[in-house]
Every structure is written in structure tokens, then in C-alpha cells.
Design a binder for this molecule. Structure first.
Ligand SMILES: NC(=O)c1ccc[n+]([C@@H]2O[C@H](COP(=O)([O-])OP(=O)(O)OC[C@H]3O[C@@H](n4cnc5c(N)ncnc54)[C@H](O)[C@@H]3O)[C@@H](O)[C@H]2O)c1
Ligand SMILES: [Zn+2]
Length: 353
């Protein structure tokens, strides 16, 4: 049974990845916090599927269980819903030792996580990620946030959960597009650090519990090394500079995050080949992998719009942009590069896309 420990500068926490793990939620929560009143935060698509089972698991370990069901979607990652959570916590009499359970995808994880980080200056948080994206990415690493009208994730905190409970069985109810979204991140992990994972995904022979465990291993390893997002953690942003720019240009409606990252990964691989930084043939492999999972390889966006979004997104360090390239499939590196050179490579790839 894969049971990992994520280590950060401030805390260690258990990550349980197992078929049927949801049934062990009460036991894991009891082992990691003293309170006996649990508040579950979830959304209206997840609640009908898994809320009953979640509360039953908590009750079987002696917790009382209150739940708040919010509308599904990014639109709830706001200050307004955050204050709705605070009111609910207060109404329920949540104390500093009582756990908040985030049951849902990355949206619920980010919102309930930030609420737990700030209510009473921090109450225990247990993440129960229910999307592939949340299992392999957002529930690990301690980033929590809400959006502002001015932009995504502008207010938030680094706040580590007491434990993360991942049940791959929950992924069977995900719509296909959501599954592909998560697979884009899985492919990213394979491309930057894990050739065996990449091969399994290519051959479509994988078992989800194994895939999630491999990805979480990479993320916990990187996060352990680098809690506050510099250095090695930047490798996790492979495909994301262009992906984020694409999401921004299309007003966060045209492409899902995973789809935008897919286009970003193909583009970065092709730019790397043009610049002589990436082994030739890598981009072709990236393309065929992504298309196996119905992920897009290019986007109908004007180069000028994309380039200006890339520039506004990138932190520049000493006049250079730090961009993530692949050396080959399974290995990524950070390359400081002049903005003009990067833009030229992007222009050429975009024109030929
Ligand atoms: N904190 C981080 O490090 C981090 C990293 C990446 C992304 N994020 C954030 O994550 C969010 C996206 O997360 P997401 O892709 O999980 O989206 P999401 O939370 O909106 O979930 C996607 C949809 O799937 C539904 N759903 C969830 N689990 C289901 C299941 N098991 N069966 C059927 N339907 C289910 C949800 O109701 C929702 O409609 C964004 O807000 C993004 O900013 C955060
Ligand atoms: Zn991502």
C-alpha cells in the first residue's frame, strides 16, 4: 500500500494513496488531529457521489460531520465564497483543533485550504482530492488561494494539510475531458522526470493507483527540496509559461488548464529543438502522446497576443527569462534565456504550428 510522507520545512504529512482510501478517512483524520468535529467542504457535483461515504467514514471514527456544498466550478474561488466558509465555520462552532475536510477538485482544495489556513489563524486541513489533477498536483505542495477580479490565485497562502487521502476509485466518475486534463499533468511529470511513467502512459497499460503514486512521488520530492517555489520546483512549470499565457488570452474559457498546458508542452519541446537544446524527435513523441488522450497540440491564437501574455506572466531574473526546456523525454532543465531569443523561437514554432 503506497503511503508516502511529504516533508516540508514546516511539517511532515501523510499521503495515503489506495483503492478504497476514502473508507479510511476517519482513521487518518483521527490520527492527525485532536478535534472531533469535522466540517466537509465540497461542491454540488461531488456531493451526490461521495459526501455520504465521506461523512460515514468520519463518523465511524467518532467525528461529528457538518457539510457545506457549494456550486461546482472556478467561479467559487472568490473572497465572497471564502467569507461564506468563515460564516459556516463560525456557525458550526469549529474550534482550532477541529479539521476542515476539502472534498473535491483543485477548486475546492484551494478555497477550503485557504479558509483553513486563515480561520482562527489556521485550523487542521485534510485534503481529499477527487480529480486526477488534484491528486497528482494541486493537493500536494501546500499552495492555497482564491482569485480576484484582477486575476487568478492573487490572494493565498502556503499551508500544508495534516494529511492527504487519495482514492483512485473516485476518478472513475470523472468526465473524459477532466480525465484528459489530469493526464496532461501526468504526461508533464513523465516528460520532466520519469521515463517509465511516460512509457506506461504511452502504452496505455497503466493502473491509476500506480500513476498517481509516481506523480505524487515526484511532486513531494520536489516540494520537499524546495517548499517556496524557486529552483527545482520551477521544473514543474514545464509547459506552463505558454499554457498560462494561452489561458489568459482566451479569457480562461477557451481551453481547460490541461489543454493549455498540452499546447504549452508541444510548443516548448519544439522551441527547444529549434534552439538546439532538446534532443531531436522529442517534440514528435510529445505530440503523439498528447493526441492519444485527445489533448490539443496547437491553438488558434494570434502570435502577438500570446507573446505579450508570455512577457507579462514571466518573472525576469537579471533581464533573462528562466524557461523550462526538455533535454530529452524524461529530463528537464531551467535555461536562462534572452527574451528576444525566446520570442523568436516562439514566433517560428507558432508560425509552423
Ligand atoms: N494549489 C495548487 O498547487 C494548484 C495546482 C494546480 C491547479 N490548481 C487549481 O485547481 C483548480 C482546478 O482544479 P480541477 O481541475 O480539479 O477543477 P475542479 O475542482 O473545478 O473540478 C473539475 C470538475 O469536476 C467535478 N468533479 C470533481 N471530482 C469529481 C469526480 N470524482 N467525479 C465527477 N466529477 C468530479 C467538479 O465538480 C468540477 O465540476 C484551479 O482553480 C487551479 O487554479 C491549484
Ligand atoms: Zn498545471
Amino acid at each position: 500500500m503506497p503511503e508516502l510522507i511529504a516533508r516540508t520545512a514546516t511539517s511532515d504529512y501523510q499521503v495515503l494513496i489506495q483503492q478504497g482510501a476514502l473508507g479510511r478517512l476517519g482513521e487518518v483524520t483521527a490520527a492527525n488531529c485532536r478535534g472531533r468535529m469535522a466540517v466537509v467542504v465540497t461542491d454540488d457535483q461531488v456531493a451526490p457521489l461521495y459526501l455520504k461515504q465521506t461523512c460515514a467514514a468520519l463518523r465511524s471514527s467518532g467525528f461529528t460531520c457538518a457539510s457545506l456544498v457549494l456550486p461546482a466550478g472556478e467561479k467559487i474561488k472568490t473572497m465572497e465564497y471564502l467569507s461564506q466558509l468563515f460564516s459556516f465555520f463560525h456557525e458550526q462552532g469549529l474550534s482550532r483543533i477541529d479539521p476542515v475536510i476539502a472534498l473535491g477538485g483543485g477548486v475546492i482544495g484551494d478555497l477550503a485550504g485557504f479558509a483553513a489556513a486563515t480561520y482562527l489563524r489556521g485550523v487542521p486541513l485534510i485534503q481529499v482530492p477527487t480529480t486526477l489533477l488534484a491528486q497528482v498536483d494541486s493537493s500536494i505542495g501546500g499552495k492555497t488561494a482564491v482569485d480576484l477580479p484582477q486575476g487568478k490565485n492573487l490572494v493565498g497562502a502556503f499551508y500544508q494539510p495534516r494529511a492527504v487521502v487519495m482514492d483512485p476509485i473516485l476518478l472513475h466518475t470523472l468526465p473524459r475531458r477532466r480525465m484528459s486534463d489530469g493526464l496532461a499533468e501526468v504526461i508533464k511529470y513523465g516528460l520532466i522526470a520519469d521515463l517509465e511513467l511516460l512509457q506506461q502512459v504511452e502504452q496505455k497499460t497503466f493502473d491509476l493507483e500506480w500513476v498517481v503514486t509516481r506523480c505524487v512521488n515526484i511532486k513531494t520530492h520536489v516540494v520537499t527540496q524546495d517548499e517556496k517555489d524557486s529552483g527545482e520546483r520551477m521544473l514543474l512549470n514545464f509547459g506552463h509559461t505558454i499554457g498560462h499565457a494561452l489561458e489568459k488570452v482566451t479569457g480562461y474559457t477557451g481551453y481547460s488548464h490541461g489543454e493549455a498546458v498540452a499546447v504549452g508542452m508541444v510548443t516548448a519541446a519544439e522551441m527547444g529543438e529549434r534552439l538546439g537544446l532538446t534532443q531531436s524527435g522529442t517534440a514528435k513523441r510529445v505530440r503523439s502522446l498528447l493526441s492519444q488522450y485527445q489533448l490539443p497540440l496547437k491553438a488558434e491564437v494570434a502570435f502577438a497576443d500570446l507573446a505579450s501574455a508570455v512577457h507579462s506572466d514571466k518573472k525576469r531574473l537579471g533581464g533573462l527569462i528562466h524557461f523550462i526546456f526538455l533535454r530529452q523525454a524524461g529530463e528537464a532543465f531551467i535555461q536562462p534565456i534572452e527574451p528576444e531569443k525566446l520570442e523568436q523561437a516562439l514566433r517560428e514554432v507558432w508560425a509552423h504550428g
